[in-house]
Design a binder for this molecule. Structure first.
Ligand SMILES: *[C@@H]1O[C@H](CO)[C@@H](O)[C@H](O)[C@H]1NC(C)=O
Length: 244
């Protein structure tokens, strides 16, 4: 009796864990489209993508079919002694680490995205030295992020993101490097919503997908800006002229 009831229990647990009792939620979860953003904090085009494009999907409902991952490293390099150099100077390394710490401290996407969106808005306004004001803006506790930054854990997170970025296939050429279901969008990243809708194979297509169409390159005002990988090593002033 004991063994058959145990078998029954396991069978029921198995069914409970695999069946979908709420088709709406389950379908969306199982078939979410993966969206990865490889970026660096001070590249103005990364900042604009986050603030002016990515933030929109939290309002228009597209986020319900997206599995979003932010990878704040971009065109940085790990030196042979383990320290990291960043494309837009030391302060970019500070903010890359801060944002990596935010993702770790608040695994809830809505929470860490809110903070990162705030910091990147300051980058656009060229007020990023005031990034700590984003704790107050978002109402988040500074402690976990500041501790992570100061105790060296943030550096470990940077190395993890460095490894993830360097393992990209095909390798990234610039940032923002937007990857939908494993495929980079190259300079067509502004169309990311259309690619997401196209990739989505689940039911309950969000309404926003009905209104999203791929814009052809000639309809666009101009090519989207990027921060190229090979700009590393230029003097800071020159880099600023080139990328902004
Ligand atoms: C790592 O190497 C760089 C130059 O390649 C140097 O400027 C830096 O001080 C070194 N850092 C450590 C901790 O050894």
């Amino acid at each position: 009796m004991a063994s058959s009831s145990r078998a029954f229990l396991f069978a029921s647990l198995f069914l409970f864990s695999t069946l979908c009792y709420s088709p709406l939620i389950c379908t969306a979860k199982g078939s979410r489209v993966s969206l990865e953003l490889y970026y660096e904090t001070l590249c103005p085009y990364s900042a604009e993508f986050i603030v002016n494009y990515l933030a929109k999907i939290f309002d228009n409902g597209l986020i319900s079919i997206v599995d979003l991952n932010l990878i704040p490293y971009g065109n940085a390099r790990v030196r042979s002694n383990g320290t990291i150099t960043c494309q837009h100077g030391e302060y970019e390394c500070v903010l890359n680490t801060v944002e990596a710490c935010a993702i770790d401290a608040w695994p809830d996407l809505d929470v860490h995205f809110g903070f990162i969106n705030c910091v990147e808005s300051l980058v656009i306004e060229r007020k990023y030295l005031e990034w700590e004001s984003c704790f107050a803006t978002t109402g988040l506790d500074p402690k976990p992020v500041l501790e992570c930054y100061e105790n060296g854990y943030g550096h470990e997170l940077d190395l993890k993101y460095a490894a993830k970025t360097d393992a990209l296939e095909p390798p990234h050429k610039y940032v923002p490097w937007v990857v939908v279901d494993g495929e980079p969008l190259y300079e067509d990243y502004e169309n990311f919503e259309a690619y997401i809708c196209k990739s989505y194979k689940g039911n309950n297509r969000p309404e926003v997908c009905d209104g999203v169409v791929l814009k052809m390159p000639k309809e666009k005002k101009s090519r989207n800006g990027v921060c190229h990988k090979n700009n590393v090593g230029l003097p800071d002033t020159m880099r600023i002229e080139m990328v902004i």
